[in-house]
Design a protein around this ligand. Structure first.
Ligand code: AMP
Length: 249
């Protein structure tokens, strides 16, 4: 296959304890470590392995977000992607808008495979891949924990509620990846230097002529209620008494 497109979303690093802004307008990102969405790193790792096996010729990383998203794209290039496309926008874009942007890039570039994360850990939407497959009119396999390419098809093992399910899909297609697919590689210093010279193209949403569509407007953000401290009981009788006390038995 020729090209694999990989979506990289910039999110608050998964090790950071997320804090809600005091005015409730969103989540604090000032001075907070930002990273590639962990599922997207797995998607890129898989794309790179496919290329290294000689089954693809080019891996392109794509990100939609503010100018700072360049940092995550450069990390993607240092991991081994061939080039990067940044769609710069200060306003967050909903999954439908992101799916439309990917479709527009597919129309310009062509793509044999689009690899995305199963979800972005900031909004936990789990929608973009599904919407893109629908708009593109191509098959999808979500939450992949294993897959193999066989020419014009892919055999994908998916993590579903009941366990594992293996399906066969025609390519080109969208595959969204789950945690157990692989362990992403670490970036080495020489690769970071090399990545600085790799091409990073930049467009605006208007350049692509993409409609953002109806937007989900977040009215207010609130931190979850503090958890009450637990109590220690000495024995089962104590547990039963404590549960009765709370009206749970
Ligand atoms: P979501 O539907 O928002 O949970 O996102 C699912 C996947 O779509 C993510 O793991 C990314 O691969 C891709 N994606 C979503 N938003 C963006 C974005 N702003 N830039 C690049 N990729 C994105």
């Amino acid at each position: 296959m020729e090209k694999i497109l990989v979506g990289l979303k910039r999110v608050v690093d998964f090790n950071v304890r997320v804090r809600v802004k005091t005015d409730g307008s969103g989540v604090e990102t000032d001075g907070v470590k930002m990273s590639i969405n962990p599922f997207d790193e797995i998607a890129l790792e898989e794309a790179l392995r496919i290329k290294e096996r000689g089954e693809a010729s080019e891996v392109i990383v794509v990100s939609i977000g503010p100018a700072e998203v360049q940092q995550q794209l450069r990390t993607g290039l240092a991991m081994g992607a061939d080039r990067a496309i940044l769609i710069e926008t200060e306003k967050p874009v909903d999954p439908l808008g992101v799916a439309r942007i990917f479709k527009s890039i597919i129309d310009q570039e062509g793509a044999d495979l689009v690899l995305l994360g199963k979800q972005a850990i900031d909004d936990d939407n789990n929608q973009t891949g599904q919407m893109l497959a629908a708009i593109w009119g191509r098959p999808q396999a979500t939450s992949a924990s294993k897959f193999a390419l066989n020419g014009d098809t892919a055999s994908v093992t998916r993590e579903v509620d009941a366990g594992l399910e293996t399906i066969e899909i025609d390519l080109p297609a969208v595959i969204t990846v789950d945690l157990r697919l692989n362990e992403p590689r670490y970036v080495k210093l020489p690769d970071i230097m090399k990545a600085k010279k790799k091409p990073l193209e930049q467009f605006s949403i208007d350049d692509l002529g993409v409609e953002r569509g109806p937007e989900v407007r977040a009215v207010t953000f609130e931190p979850p209620a503090e958890r009450e401290r637990g109590i220690m009981v000495d024995d089962v009788a104590g547990l039963v008494a404590a549960l009765k006390d709370k009206g749970l038995l």
